[in-house]
Unconditional design. Structure first.
Length: 262
């Protein structure tokens, strides 16, 4: 296995298992403390949006320009739309929207079997949503390590509230932290599974042209995640000003890191 593949798998594993960190927030953080997640989610969205347009799309365009010097921009455009459509279809058939009432006010929801079932279903839904994220992180990291680590960090931050969404209903219905942590961690395990499948496709089946299209699709998926999930949740946890602090900080941080690590 190429060394870049091994590192890409590790980055994706780290991003996926960040859902387990979310379970810790579910146990010890109160509503007011969750405002810190508003900045964190805004930061993650800022990183994803900046990287998508400043690095991932130009990298895909450069890759495809070798084979299609006149049409590569249109192919990248099509790949970007394909990525958005993939994210939309997954979200339509298996929505992962978080019940804000349960998340922010767990005590007002009775700890019964329905709440426990909600946690299990949330874990399954997040599992499905995380699968293409795993492939996206792997493809990006295997192509550009610095860029991939940045993507992995952004996805890890955005996986934390997903872990909260899984752990809270299970913890409050069973009273067992280990069960809540286990299911939160399992909900993120599909990301490294997606990375393994991405590795197999890249190594054995995917021609170079498809790698460029896949990179453009990655950008589309990341943009959709940012605007459909991260920014609305950032506003819910805090307020729009906190979200903006996170967004601008994320963009400036990742821009600076790319300047320092060319």
């Amino acid at each position: 296995m190429p060394h870049s593949y091994f590192i890409a798998l590790l980055v994706t594993l780290f991003a996926g298992l960040a859902t387990a960190i979310g379970s810790v927030f579910a146990f010890v953080f109160k509503k007011d403390n969750l405002k810190a997640l508003s900045v964190g989610l805004g930061f993650s969205a800022g990183v994803m949006i900046f990287l998508s347009f400043s690095d991932i799309i130009p990298a895909a365009s450069k890759m495809l320009s070798v084979t299609f010097p006149a049409k590569h921009s249109w192919i990248v455009y099509g790949g970007f739309i394909i990525g958005i459509l993939i994210a939309v279809l997954i979200d339509y058939f298996i929505p992962d929207h978080i019940n804000e009432k349960e998340l922010m006010h767990p005590d007002v929801v009775s700890a019964d079997k329905r709440m426990q079932r909600a946690g299990f279903l949330m874990a399954v839904a997040i599992c499905v949503h995380n699968f293409p994220e795993g492939m996206a992180t792997f493809l990006t990291t295997s192509h550009d390590l610095t860029l991939g680590i940045s993507v992995g960090l952004a996805i890890a931050i955005h996986n934390i509230p997903e872990g909260i969404a899984v752990a809270l209903p299970i913890y409050h219905s069973t009273g067992k932290k280990r069960y809540a942590t286990l299911y939160a961690a399992l909900s993120g395990i599909s990301e490294p599974i997606g990375a393994v499948i991405g590795m197999l496709l890249l190594h054995f089946f995917m021609p170079q042209i498809m790698v460029g299209v896949a990179m453009a699709a990655v950008a589309g998926i990341m943009i959709y995640i940012s605007f459909d999930t991260l920014l609305p949740l950032a506003k819910e946890y805090g307020n729009w000003h906190l979200s903006m602090v996170g967004i601008i900080s994320g963009m400036l941080f990742i821009w600076l890191s790319l300047l320092l690590l060319p």
